[in-house]
Design a protein around this ligand. Structure first.
Ligand code: PAF
Length: 291
C-alpha cells in the first residue's frame, strides 16, 4: 500500500465511529434524528454489500453498517460454524468506502438473557421457497432486524435483491411495524461470469465457480422464454450434470413470492440449490414490481 493510501485509510478510520454498546449507539441514533441509512450485514463483506453502501451514500445520508452473525437464522449448525468471519478486513473495507459508523453488537446486545423475544408471525411471502427449505430462517431474520431497527432507528434501510424473499419479508415487517423506515432494494452484484456475489462463494473452488455461472444463464433463459414444467426439468438436469443439485427453480409472482406455472403470470424466476456443500440462491426479476 502506498504511503498516501495508508494515510487516507487512517483518516477515514478516524472518522468512522465504531459502536460496541447499545446505549452509546441509541444516544447517537437519537442525535441523528432518524436519518441513518442502515445496512445490516453478517460481515464477510464483498462488492455486493459495498454496492448497498454506495447507494445509501448517493442519498447523502449518514451511513451505518452492522456486522453480526445472527445464530437464530441458521437452520443448520454446520452452516453457522462455517460462516466466514472476517471483522478486521470488513472494518478496513468500511473505512475505505467512507461509512460513518459501524455497529458490532455481541450476542447479549441482541438477545439479552433477561428479555423475552416477541413471537414472530410471518406473512404468506415467508412460507414457501426459503421458508420451506430453511425452517425457522425468516423467524430469525425478523427477530434480529426488529432488534437492530429499534436500536439503530434508521430512516432508510438497504437490502440486496439476491435475497429476494428476504426483501419481501423485510418490506412487510417495515410496513407492519416500522412505517417510518424507507425500504430500498438494490440490484444483485455479479462476478464476471454471472455468479451472484455471496459471502458463501469463498467456499467455491475455481473450477466449480465456472460451473456455477450456469445458474445465471438458466435464469436468463427462463426469464426470456415461456418454458413448461418438463423444459424446466431439463434445465435442472443440465445443472445436475455440472454438480448443481436444484432445490427449486420456479417462476414466482411478486410481492407474494407465490409459485406460478407460467412465465406470463410471473414477475421473477428464483433458484436455490447446492454446489457440493455450498448452498446458492439467485433470482432474476423480469417484470418489475410497482411500489
Ligand atoms: O442478509 C443478511 O446478511 C442477513 O439476513 C441480515 C439481513 C443481516 C440479518 O441477519
Amino acid at each position: 500500500m502506498k504511503v498516501i493510501d495508508a494515510w487516507r485509510l487512517t483518516l477515514q478510520s478516524i472518522y468512522m465511529r465504531i459502536f460496541y454498546s447499545v446505549s452509546q449507539l441509541k444516544k447517537e441514533a437519537k442525535a441523528q434524528g432518524g436519518h441513518w441509512a442502515f445496512i445490516p450485514t453478517m460481515g464477510a463483506l464483498h462488492d455486493g454489500h459495498l454496492s448497498l453502501i454506495e447507494q445509501a451514500k448517493q442519498q447523502n445520508l449518514p451511513t451505518i453498517v452492522s456486522v453480526f452473525v445472527n445464530p437464530t437464522q441458521f437452520n443448520n449448525s454446520e452452516d453457522l460454524a462455517k460462516y466466514p468471519r472476517t471483522v478486521s478486513q470488513d472494518l478496513k473495507k468500511l473505512a475505505e468506502i467512507g461509512v460513518d459508523a459501524v455497529f458490532l453488537p455481541g450476542i447479549q446486545d441482541i438477545y439479552p438473557d433477561n428479555s423475552s423475544v416477541p413471537e414472530v408471525h410471518l406473512g404468506s411471502e415467508a412460507k414457501n421457497l426459503e421458508g420451506f427449505y430453511r425452517p425457522g430462517h425468516f423467524e430469525g431474520v425478523v427477530m434480529v432486524l426488529r432488534r437492530l431497527f429499534s436500536i439503530v432507528q434508521p430512516g432508510h434501510v438497504f437490502f440486496g435483491q439476491k435475497d429476494l424473499q428476504q426483501c419481501m419479508v423485510v418490506r412487510s415487517l417495515i410496513n407492519n411495524e416500522f412505517p417510518e423506515i424507507r425500504f430500498n432494494m438494490v440490484e444483485t452484484m455479479r462476478e464476471k461470469g454471472g455468479l451472484a456475489m455471496s459471502s458463501r462463494n469463498v467456499h467455491i473452488s475455481d473450477s466449480d465457480r465456472i460451473n456455477a455461472n450456469k445458474i445465471y444463464q438458466t435464469l436468463i433463459k427462463m426469464s426470456e422464454l415461456e418454458l413448461n414444467e418438463s423444459e424446466v426439468l431439463d434445465l435442472e438436469n443440465e445443472l445436475l450434470e455440472l454438480g448443481i443439485q436444484t432445490e427449486y427453480l420456479k417462476y414466482v409472482s411478486l410481492p407474494s413470492l407465490g409459485v406460478v406455472t407460467t412465465r406470463a403470470e410471473a414477475n421473477a424466476v428464483v433458484f436455490a440449490g447446492y454446489l457440493g456443500k455450498v448452498r446458492l440462491i439467485d433470482n432474476l426479476i423480469f417484470k418489475p414490481l410497482s411500489n
